[in-house]
Design a protein around this ligand. Structure first.
Ligand SMILES: [Zn+2]
Length: 556
């Protein structure tokens, strides 16, 4: 079985490509006898690298008409023809995490996303951690849908690479190696059952080890990575990202990144412009001679890096982050807020839209399918859930707690928008309760920090959306202050580490909560809240009595 899984992943990457890679390495061997590196290119070559990352199921535009593959297609086609007319060449890359984030995509295993990306002519992508959200056979199917290579050099099974590590391209005589790398945090971010026996090695070490082989064949070496951009290497609890790799590994010309989901637009080498606005000038990062780019998330932008290769040097001539129908809010004449395009509107490509429409319709229909059953009603009425612990509040907090393997779960009641009725439940029922698409996050805190946070949560007054629903912790709250807090019967130890599960809205300081998203122990899992609930529901169903709030939280 193991062998079959291995084999099918390689085969799905395209047997044709595997053959070509085989003959290339034979050529590289011959070349290595004569010279170090490929034959020099005559004359300058213009190369435009287009890039996206962290697509996360956004094949369709959002309700404001932002992003979506159909508009992305129009944009990419227009850049391609402009570059071609000027005698240049293009390469279209993605930094991974195509999967997970939108029910219409998730219920179809991201078929519209991968097939749509093939239609857009992607040349290669890095595998992201979310490519392992489903079992490996699903990934094999996705690789077949994509057709283009899905690369990762640092994922092993039984001592062998599980995926194609790199792909060679030729543009105007220029030989380009594209290497794929995946964060070694993947192992702890996904269901262990999906990656049993799979090893995520340190990406920087793999890149360094492959470099001589790549340099023999290529004039230009690009890494498509899913490792994250941490400003000046300040990565907290995260595994090493692009900055740390660029500082260690010599010879990378460009890193097309993903995972941290930022526009990588720098003020200088040590400071990222985290207030970047669509349409603004964007200066990519450069570390140790390597350019590092990332185009935020969801296809909100297409990054465009215009290079010129001459005399053995690759020079970045111009860099732009092009917004894909992103909108900004302005005051209309009547004083009301109005959303308008941040830059000029990009028309959706009709053929791409026609291709995607049936998937969108099918995805909508899938929301009506029963996903599980509850033996009692879970209370989410606004007036109730914002004033007292309810079984739905405890249920949501404990589902988050379990999924994140946390000690405590906290849910802001303002994020609970409806009750769950007794009986058979559809995905739509789940989405009515959690419609915001917030993501499950967790943070590892000291006992002291956890106590401070519980105190902040205890102060959130009844009647407000901030009112906290708890799981995993027994609290006695007196006059808005935590009098006692116990976990599994034991008092919280200020010196021990505890994991708190919550949603990213609350972690970002939403509803007036202390901001935790900049804590070094913070992880946004990328799992959408409603999907986490749906998964629990379909696996376990709901026994309402298990979530009765009882005396877990006592207020005096
Ligand atoms: Zn990721």
């Amino acid at each position: 079985m193991k062998f079959i899984v291995n084999h099918s992943l390689y085969a799905a990457a395209s047997p044709r490509l595997a053959l070509r890679a085989g003959s290339l390495s034979a050529l590289a061997l011959l070349a290595a006898c004569a010279t170090q590196g490929p034959a020099p290119v005559s004359g300058p070559v213009k190369l435009t690298v287009l890039h996206t990352n962290d697509h996360h199921g956004r094949f369709w535009k959002n309700s404001d008409g932002e992003y979506g593959l159909a508009a992305r297609k129009t944009l990419i086609d227009s850049v391609r023809s402009e570059v071609k007319a000027a005698g240049g060449h293009t390469l279209l890359l993605d930094g991974g995490d195509v999967n997970t984030g939108v029910p219409e995509s998730d219920t179809q295993d991201a078929e519209p996303d991968f097939k749509g990306m093939k239609l857009l002519g992607y040349d290669a992508m890095a595998l992201g951690n979310h490519e392992f959200d489903k079992p490996l056979p699903v990934l094999a199917k996705q690789m077949a849908w994509a057709g283009f290579p899905m690369l990762s050099a640092n994922i092993y099974k039984d001592g062998q690479r599980l995926f194609k590590p790199y792909e060679m391209f030729e543009r105007g005589g220029l030989k380009i190696a594209v290497l794929g790398l995946t964060t070694d945090d993947t192992a702890k971010m996904v269901d262990p059952a999906n990656v049993a026996g799979v090893e995520f090695r340190k990406p920087a070490r793999e890149a360094a080890a492959l470099m001589p082989e790549l340099k023999k064949q290529a004039h230009v070496v690009i890494a498509a990575t899913h490792m994250g951009h941490y400003t000046n290497g300040a990565r907290g609890v995260n595994a090493e990202g692009d900055v740390e790799m660029a500082r260690q590994v010599k010879g990378l010309d460009l890193i097309v990144g993903g995972h941290s989901q930022n526009p990588v637009c720098m003020l200088d080498q040590l400071n990222r412009n985290d207030a970047y606005q669509p349409g603004g000038a964007c200066k990519p990062d450069q570390q140790n001679g390597t350019w590092i780019v990332q185009a935020h998330e969801w296809g909100k932008y297409v990054g465009r890096a215009d290079f010129e290769y001459a005399g053995g040097e690759l020079k970045l001539v111009k860099y732009t982050l092009i917004p894909v129908n992103l909108k900004k809010t302005v005051k209309a004449a009547d004083g009301k807020d109005q959303k308008v395009f941040a830059t000029s509107e990009i028309a959706e490509d009709a053929a791409t839209l026609a291709f995607l429409q049936p998937f969108q319709d099918k995805g909508r229909a899938a929301l009506d399918v029963v996903v599980g059953e509850s033996d009692g009603k879970l209370e989410g009425d606004r007036a109730v859930v914002r004033a007292q612990p309810t079984n739905l509040g405890v249920f949501i907090a404990s589902v988050m707690q379990q999924r994140a393997k946390a000690d405590v779960g906290i849910m802001n009641s303002g994020g609970i928008r409806d009750s769950l009725p007794a009986g058979k439940l559809t995905y739509k029922d789940v989405l009515k309760v959690q419609p915001f698409g917030n993501m499950l996050a967790y943070v590892d805190l000291s006992g002291k920090e956890l106590m401070d946070y519980l105190n902040a949560a205890a102060k959130m007054s009844a009647g407000s959306g901030a009112f906290a629903q708890f799981s995993g912790v027994q609290l006695v709250i007196e006059a808005g202050a935590v009098k006692t807090a116990t976990i599994k019967g034991a008092a919280i130890d200020p010196g021990k580490t505890y994991r708190l599960a919550l949603n990213n809205f609350q972690a970002n300081g939403g509803d007036g909560y202390p901001k935790l998203s900049n804590h070094p122990g913070y992880v946004n899992t990328g799992f959408v809240d409603a999907d986490v609930m749906r998964e629990y529901l379909s696996k376990n169903g709901i026994k309402a009595a298990n979530f009765a709030p009882g005396e877990a939280v006592v207020r005096r």
